[in-house]
Design a protein around this ligand. Structure first.
Ligand code: GDP
Ligand code: MG
Length: 439
C-alpha cells in the first residue's frame, strides 16, 4: 500500500483543491487496504462515499494544503467507523466475557485482571467453563501469573452455580471478571448457558471476545450474542499475528458497541486499551495519521488566531496576493520542520527521506525562510499588488532584505504560478456557482 497511496497523495502536492479523479484514486487505495484487513464491504463502501463527498464539497480550512485536508477527512471518517474506546470506568464492576472456543476469553480474563490491578484495583477472575477439560487449570495458572484473585471449581459441573459461589467467594474484590465456556460454533446449549450465567451475575458489561482473524464470521456471532445477552464492547485478540482485526468492526457495527481492549500476545501483560489512532494506522498499514491530523488542526487554529482578517474565500473572489501566499507558507511552517511532517505522512516515512540528499530539504526550508524575509521588506501595496513590482522596486527590496535580486524574482515567479493555478480553478465555475461549490 505504502507506495501506491504515496503516489496518489503526491499528486495532491501543491494543489489547493482536489479533483474527483484524485479522490477516486485515494479512496481506491484505502478500500484495498481495508478489504485486505477484513473490513466488511458495505462498511468500506459507506466510508468511501463519505470521504468522496466531504473531500469534494468541504472547503480546505485556511492555509491547509489539499493533501492535508484530504488526510484529515480520511482520518476523521475512519475514527467514525472504528469508534472511540468502550468506556471502562475504574470502579467496582462485573464484566462477563463471551465468545467462541479459542477466541481468547480465558487469556483475556487474566489480561484484563492484570490491567485493572495495575490501575490499583483488586480484580478477581471467576472461571465458569465446565465444558473444556483443562479450562480450570489454564485460568488458575494465568491468574497466578497475573497475581490476581481467582475462583473456579473443577469438581462442579454447573456453571451457574460456580458463578454464584465465585461472586460470594471473591466478594472482597472490586472487579469481577466472569470467564465462560465457548463452543466450536454457535450452538443452542452455548447460548442457553451464557444466558443463565448472565442472569445470575447481572454484569455491568458484556464483552465479546474475537480473534483478529475472524473476518466476516464476526457478524453472526455478534448478532447472536447481542440478542441473547447484549454486547457492550468487543475485545480483539491475537493482534500480534498477521490479521488486522477488520472483521471485528463488523461486530462493533452489528452490536452498536465499540472496542474495549486489544490482545497482542500470550502473556498476561500483552493487553492494551483500544485506541483509534494506532488501530487505524495499523488497518491501513500507514504511519501515524492521528499525529499528522492534530498538527494540521493546530496549525489551522494558530493561523486563524493570528490573521483573523484573512479570509481564504477572498482568495477565490479577487486577486491572489502575496499576503495570501505568505499565509499559506505560514500554515505550512507551523506544522514543524518539513522533514518531520513528511515522516508522519503515511508512506513517506521510514527511509524515503533518507534517500533524498540532505540539502534537498534544506533548500526548501531555506527558500521559505528567504521568502519570508523578502516579504518583510515589501510595502503594503506591493504585497497587495505584486504585479506593480518593477526592476527598481526589486533593487530596493533586495537591499532592504539582504537577499539577491534573483531570489526576489523567484518569489514573484512562484506567486505568479500559484496565482495562475488558482485562476484556472476560478474559471471552472461562474460567480454564484463557484460560491456554492466552495461551501
Ligand atoms: P478461550 O477458549 O476463548 O478461552 O481462548 P483461550 O484464552 O484459551 O486462548 C486460545 C489460544 O489462543 C491459547 O493458546 C492462547 O494462548 C492464545 N491466545 C489468546 N490471546 C492471544 C493473543 O493475543 N495472542 C496470541 N498470540 N495468542 C493468544
Ligand atoms: Mg477459555
Amino acid at each position: 500500500l505504502g507506495s501506491s497511496l504515496r503516489g496518489s497523495l503526491d499528486k495532491l502536492s501543491g494543489k489547493s483543491r482536489v479533483s474527483e479523479d484524485d479522490i477516486e484514486e485515494i479512496v481506491k487505495e484505502i478500500q484495498r487496504s481495508l478489504l485486505q484487513a477484513d473490513v466488511d464491504v458495505s462498511l468500506v463502501m459507506e466510508l468511501s462515499d463519505s470521504i468522496k463527498t466531504r473531500a469534494l464539497e468541504e472547503e480546505p480550512p485556511g492555509g491547509t494544503t489539499a493533501r492535508d485536508h484530504v488526510l484529515s477527512i480520511v482520518y476523521e471518517e475512519l475514527v467514525d467507523l472504528v469508534g472511540e474506546s468502550t468506556d471502562i470506568p475504574l470502579e467496582n464492576q462485573t464484566i462477563l466475557l463471551a465468545g467462541l472456543q479459542g477466541s481468547g476469553k480465558t487469556t483475556t480474563a487474566a489480561k484484563m485482571a492484570w490491567w485493572f490491578s495495575k490501575k490499583g484495583l483488586r480484580p478477581a477472575v471467576i472461571q465458569t467453563d465446565t465444558f473444556r477439560p483443562g479450562a480450570y487449570d489454564q485460568a488458575k495458572e494465568m491468574c497466578s501469573r497475573a497475581e490476581v484473585d481467582f475462583y473456579g471449581n473443577p469438581d462442579n459441573d454447573d456453571p451457574v452455580d460456580i458463578a454464584r459461589k465465585g461472586l460470594e467467594e471473591t466478594a472482597d474484590a472490586d472487579i469481577h471478571i466472569v470467564d465462560t465456556a465457548g463452543r466450536h460454533a454457535l450452538e443452542d446449549d452455548l447460548i442457553a448457558e451464557i444466558e443463565e450465567i448472565e442472569a445470575e451475575v447481572d454484569p455491568d458489561r458484556n464483552l465479546l471476545v474475537l480473534d483478529a482473524a475472524i473476518g466476516q464470521g464476526a457478524k453472526d456471532q455478534a448478532k447472536q450474542f447481542d440478542k441473547s445477552i447484549g454486547i457492550n464492547g468487543v475485545v480483539i485478540t491475537k493482534l500480534d499475528g498477521t490479521a488486522k482485526g477488520g472483521g471485528a468492526l463488523t461486530a462493533v457495527n452489528e452490536t452498536d458497541s465499540s472496542i474495549a481492549f486489544l490482545g497482542s500476545g500470550e502473556t498476561v501483560q500483552d493487553v492494551e486499551r483500544f485506541e483509534p489512532n494506532s488501530f487505524i494506522s495499523r488497518l491501513l498499514g500507514m504511519g501515524d495519521l492521528g499525529q499528522l491530523t492534530e498538527r494540521v488542526q493546530r496549525a489551522m487554529e494558530e493561523t486563524q488566531e493570528e490573521e483573523e482578517d484573512w479570509d481564504p474565500e477572498d482568495m477565490l473572489k479577487g486577486q491572489f496576493t502575496l499576503k495570501d501566499m505568505r499565509h499559506q507558507m505560514n500554515a505550512m511552517n507551523k506544522m514543524g520542520p518539513l522533514d518531520q511532517v513528511m515522516d508522519m505522512i503515511p508512506g513517506m516515512g521510514g527511509g524515503l527521506m533518507d534517500e533524498l540528499p540532505d540539502d534537498a530539504m534544506d533548500v526548501t526550508k531555506d527558500r521559505m525562510r528567504a521568502f519570508e524575509v523578502i516579504m518583510d521588506s515589501m510595502t503594503e501595496s506591493e504585497l497587495e499588488n505584486p504585479r506593480s513590482i518593477g526592476a527598481s522596486q526589486i533593487r530596493r527590496i533586495s537591499r532592504g532584505s539582504g537577499k539577491d535580486e534573483e531570489r526576489i524574482r523567484e518569489l514573484l515567479q512562484q506567486h505568479k504560478m500559484m496565482s495562475q493555478t488558482l485562476k484556472q480553478f476560478q474559471g471552472m465555475g461562474q460567480g454564484g456557482d463557484m460560491e456554492r461549490m466552495m461551501k
